[in-house]
Design a protein around this ligand. Structure first.
Ligand code: MN
Length: 706
């Protein structure tokens, strides 16, 4: 066990101004708190936090991080509290220890690969301070190094987690060495035979060819000497897991695998890097397509290097990386990938904060600055601010946009769960449905049979998925309205052919449409799934076939005297099939209003001007202008789809104007010419069914009253 003096001197090596007194106090506090606790191996428990702290000194981290490592299990496993740590070591360290505890408490039971990415993002999102993740990774590294003392089942679980979550996380943080070590430790547990077979191949290969690494390194050195270039040359065999993964990915056998050795040439300047490249390419044949210039085009994480692969001794391919000492330092301080071609396909750095520049900047500061308090201090992880990650009771992670509510969560699991949601528990406590979810919360949805989506939910939910599901369902709930409407449409349609829509007639129609119940037939008619003409035709086929020609709009209204002309009022735009009334205007004939038009109010006590009217019962021409009021998502193609739809339904668009153009939606008025109420209704229903249409209504404008 590393004693307190050893630990302090490890820190002093890179940080002469360390607060040794504070570290000593944390050491003392941690040892007291963990007093009497043992690790599975039988060692005193406190040996673990010390080992974690020691790992972090290798990364030359600040006092707060080292102290956090010493205390990282106190809140979780001892009587210690946030307040006590804050009192003794300050708020910053208390926050850090608390952050590590939160990550420890995440139930990582569902470590399916597809969830792993979400877990990593959750880690980042929950760690406002980068140091929390650094401590957590070092914690995991030490646990993996000592995994042998755990029982077999736990070993498997921890190794799986490490492979899926922690190792890639270390890679993302630019700590490639840690990634490789974590992977290999996990590989040893998950696939010991696989790992052993790789190691055996390495041994037999070495017997066959001798120490290839040494030979090739010398070849390169000699070549550089011949050109008077000063550089260091390093070589090594790749880690068993790296080789294994390559074999899996490329479906290659070990003997056919080319780059199991990697070489690195480190020199002084950019120019020398390119010079060395030239020398190597001149001496050995370059493998086409393998040259990468990360000096002129650095990776987004700041990584700079030249990569090339050449055919070396006996035609064996070897990869060579060439970089300056400065570039190497950046890569070594945990900024870039060690053998980064493995990440070569990963073009994007998902971090908003650039950990590369960041860490190298900090390393500089620790050497130059007198005040070490600021070291790493202002570093906050501001990434994934637009997302929250929550858990199902089974431990599955659900990713939601920030501001999402339990209803969004419910709909994200399943539309059925969303639709029957009556309440939610967040971390075991009942909360209102409009509660905004936070990272790492566990959410349980309470459902009840008979519950159905409420109109008010539209304003509560944040996700499009939930919104459209609620809308769909509300539409279905309008069945009653559709039945009524269908009744009306059927009445008009049967009247067209001089018959009436009796229950009996409708029953016959329903049966021949394969529908059990008349109401269902009417609902389908009302929601424009079938047409009234169809229904009439099944009962009176000969009458429909003999239907009279279209009625010209000039004589579509019945009830006028011979000398009266008429026009449709533009306030309400009544169409055939709707109940109407006429109002006489001197010099302008009769104006036809819908019976429920508000413009009629001013004529209430002028009964002499009212004319009793109804529409001609025949088939009308499609020239009754109606204005529709639409709100649509500002998405490519929505408007086009709407217009196409109207055309397909044989209506003409006579005008179109934008009322409102916002970044995420448009409001517009579309004038269409329709045949009758049924035609209009089928158009509106079809448009409404488009998911990008937020609303569609008849536009009624009193100011247009004559
Ligand atoms: Mn621990």
């Amino acid at each position: 066990m590393i004693d307190v003096e050893d630990l302090i001197s490890l820190v002093r090596n890179y940080n002469p101004n360390t607060n040794a007194e504070l570290i000593a106090r944390a050491y003392e506090y941690g040892r007291n708190m963990h007093e009497g606790q043992l690790r599975q191996s039988g060692e005193p428990y406190f040996s673990h936090p010390i080992a974690v702290a020691a790992i972090l000194t290798e990364m030359q981290l600040d006092d707060a991080t080292i102290i956090t490592a010493l205390l990282h299990d106190t809140i979780e496993d001892t009587g210690s509290t946030y307040n006590e740590i804050a009192d003794q070591f300050g708020e910053i360290i208390a926050e850090l220890v608390n952050g590590v505890t939160k990550l420890t408490n995440l139930e990582l039971s569902s470590t399916e690969t597809k969830q792993a990415e979400n877990f990593r993002k959750l880690f980042m999102a929950m760690s406002k301070d980068l140091r929390v993740i650094l401590v957590k990774l070092a914690d995991r590294l030490h646990n993996m190094r000592t995994i042998r003392s755990m029982d077999a089942e736990k070993q498997q679980k921890k190794a799986r987690e490490t492979m899926d979550i922690y190792a890639p996380l270390a890679g993302r943080m630019g700590m490639q060495w840690m990634r490789e070590e974590l992977e290999d430790l996990a590989f040893r547990v998950l696939n010991p035979e696989g790992r052993n077979s790789i190691i055996r191949r390495f041994i037999s290969l070495q017997k066959e060819t001798g120490d290839v690494v040494h030979k090739i390194s010398n070849d390169i050195r000699r070549e550089l000497d011949n050109h008077n270039i000063i550089a260091d040359v390093f070589g090594r065999a790749k880690k068993p897991f790296s080789v294994w993964r390559k074999m899996e990915q490329k479906q290659l056998s070990f003997s056919r695998l080319s780059d199991i050795y990697g070489f690195r040439v480190i020199t002084g300047t950019d120019a020398e890097c390119y010079q060395i490249l030239g020398v190597i390419h001149k001496r050995w044949r370059a493998v086409p397509g393998r040259f990468k210039d990360y000096i002129s085009q650095p990776k987004s994480n700041g990584y700079r290097s030249l990569h090339t692969t050449v055919s070396g001794r006996d035609g064996k391919r070897v990869e060579v990386q060439i970089r300056t000492r400065q570039m190497h330092q950046v890569a070594e301080t945990g900024v870039a990938a060690h053998w980064s071609y493995r990440d070569g396909h990963r073009v994007e750095n998902p971090f908003a904060v650039d950990p590369a520049k960041w860490v190298s900047g900090l390393t500089e500061r620790i050497e130059t600055s007198d005040s070490h308090d600021e070291f790493l201090e202002h570093v906050k992880l501001e990434m994934y601010l637009d997302q929250v990650f929550c858990f199902t009771p089974k431990g599955e992670v659900i990713k939601l946009p920030r501001g999402a509510t339990p209803l969004d969560f419910a709909y994200a699991i399943h539309t059925r769960i969303g639709g029957s949601c009556v309440g939610a528990k967040v971390d075991g406590i009942r909360v209102p449905l409009w509660t905004r979810l936070k990272n790492g919360q566990s959410v349980e949805i309470i459902t009840a049979e008979g519950q159905s989506p409420q109109a008010s939910w539209i304003d509560i939910v944040k996700t499009g998925r939930a919104k459209s599901a609620i809308r769909r369902s509300l539409r279905a709930a309008d069945r009653e309205r559709f039945v009524k409407l269908g009744e009306e449409l059927a009445r008009v349609a049967f009247e067209h052919v001089g018959k009436s829509a009796t229950r009996k007639a409708l029953k016959i129609a329903a049966k021949s449409h394969g529908i059990d119940d008349v109401d269902e037939l009417l609902a389908q008619l009302g929601s424009a799934e079938i047409t009234a003409r169809d229904i009439v035709a099944t009962v009176y086929p000969e009458l429909v076939a003999a239907a009279p020609d279209e009625i010209e709009s000039t004589r579509s209204v019945v009830g006028l005297s011979a000398d009266q002309s008429f026009q449709r009022a533009s306030c309400c735009q009544a169409v055939p099939g709707e109940r109407i009334v006429g109002i006489t205007y001197r010099g302008r004939g009769v104006v036809v209003h819908a019976i429920d038009c508000e413009a009629l109010e001013e004529f209430e006590d002028k009964s002499d001007r009212w004319v009793d009217l109804h529409w001609h019962s025949g088939r009308h021409a499609a020239d009754h202008n109606v204005t529709l009021n639409l709100t649509i998502g500002n998405d490519h193609g929505v408007l086009g789809r709407v217009c196409t739809l109207i055309g397909e339904l044989k209506a003409n668009i006579s005008d179109l104007q934008f009322v409102d153009k916002k970044p995420d939606y448009y409001r517009l008025l579309i004038d269409v010419d329709v045949r009758d109420a049924e035609h209009l209704h089928s158009i509106m229903t079809a448009i409404e069914a488009d998911t990008d249409v937020a609303s569609i209504t008849r536009y009624r404008n009193l100011s247009r009253a004559p």
